[in-house]
Design a protein around this ligand. Sequence first.
Ligand code: ZN
Length: 666
Amino acid sequence: MRAAIIRAVEILSDPGDVVELRAIKNGSTAAGYFDDTGILSREAAKLDEQGFTVYITANPTNPALLSRAANRIKRPLKETTSDRDVLRRRWLLIDFDPVRPAGVSSTDKEKEAAFGRAREVYGDLRRRGWPEPVAADSGNGAHLLYAVDLPNDADSLGLVRRVLEALSFKFSDGRVTVDTSTSNAARIWKLYGTTARKGDSTEDRPHRPSRLLKVPEERVEVGREQLEALAASKPEPVRKGSQGLGTSEFDLEAWISGHGVPVRREGPWQQGGYRWVIEECPWNGHSDNSAYIVSFPGGAVAAGCHHDSCQGYGWRELREHYEPGACEHRYERNRYGPASAPAGQHGVLLSEIEPERVRWLWEGRIALGKLNLVDGDPGTGKSAAATDLAARVTAGKSWPDGTECRAGGVVILSAEDGLADTIRPRFDAAGGDPSKAVALSTVPDAEGNERQIALPNDLQVIEAAIERVGALLVVIDPLMAFTPGEINTHRDQDVRRMLAPVARMAERTGAAVVVVRHLNKATGGNALYRGGGSIGIVGAARSGLLIAKHPEDDGRRVLASIKSNLAAPAHSLVFGLSSTEGGAVRDRPRILGALPTSRTRRQHGELAAERPRGHRTELQPGSAPGGELNAHRRRFSRPHRGRAVGSGRTLSYRRRLELEPNRHRR
Ligand SMILES: [Zn+2]
């Protein structure tokens, strides 16, 4: 036993340090100060034999304290070490304690649970780049000791306390707790080699010796930034006024179970609070204890995920994820019952909001940082048009209407066209810079097999590609190919759940995300529902474009703005499809002319006048004859009074337009 004790003291302290040995039995304390490890170990072994539980101070104390009882034990010793007697903090002490009735030792099973939790924390901290800790068996549970070097001051106390609370937040539950009370500098700690004695030793709750399990070869300290980063992952109560949801009358627990939120562990949090650690964050699928919901003592609710990529998501987003529409419809719900918001100021003064101008990639048509939709019947050249637009971005070529295009990277998610035989030739033919385009379709799964990218789970793959080329444009073509099987595209909830993270990715990265969607074959029913899925898709997009066959010329296509939340709809463009020299590509779009739609002639004229002269060659307005223009004006801007409908497709335009009355800015 003495050898084990000497080793423990040598590991916990430096030669010459003065440490306090403290032993407790039935409420009486025996203690002394030691700078002689040999004598300390002898006294400690003696106390252990007498049935005391034996501790030492983990941090070095003021050497003057030696004079209180120099290398000997006094019982009782009136004055033991206080926090101000500690010179420096050398250890971050993490104690994993199995939950059990007070005053008894743990069962083997309880103890094993504590070890399992310690392993989990060890893995988590290692992933954070923390060095190897000292691992020990406390007799009843597990210890991890991380080397630190911090001054003994209020800052360090706060830091260590927050670190422990952050760990407890993530890892404590009804079976094992991470002790948050070990933050004080003068904390005494089990002296390894001595026995843990809680209550009487019985067969299933025996007294057991404590011991060191693993000691790293080198003492490597956890950096302050690493401690700060972990501490920062502890949720803080939200600012007053910013919490519109989750009030005292909201039954959070019922909501969590009612919506099937997968809870990994839960437990009380601070005085009167409660918190849940979620199996997987709903935004980026993080499953390492980083996602949480917490109810603060005051009744406020917060939620989030500690990962950087999930910053900005909170309770509102989490609730929307599991209960789509909850936040939007709150007003209606409250109308039927007593107001449930707590007293205080809610909402944000508009004066506090920085107005943000919509940033367009293509003025009026494709918005940066937003979801944009491109609809069209199969075979209308949507993919060819999307590739053409992508190519323009990589080369900074002007847009088909002559407006300037900012140069940047693009990410193309393509499921239906071959990269080598279709996309690359189209891209080259359109004059794109292939070194600025990333094509994505599949990713390797755990077994190394390629699987189709699925939204929103693989967003980080897309986001990495965006970063790789500094993408301004992401094309998802077609959306349905990247929709996982469990998403029912006819259910608004599912669609929102899938697209909301995509929209947020757009916002986060600033890239314009263009979602290509096939209109399905059915001609009956509402046209908006023809878009292969629920209307939620249209709702999620901030801008919608339609590519359709020219009503009077099968060889031509029309690109029309069908939805624009951010600007007056842009005028329609007519384009043709032409082959490239190799003949491999038959459908390279070439813009033939622009059609005014909802804008007045005068507005359109002004727009045309604004076009830079150098880009005029791109446009051949003369090739769209007046007859076509008029036909389009009838179909696209005055559908209600249009002539007799000749085909299902035309019908679909009409219905679409009827549902988008705002586009008629007359
Ligand atoms: Zn996350």
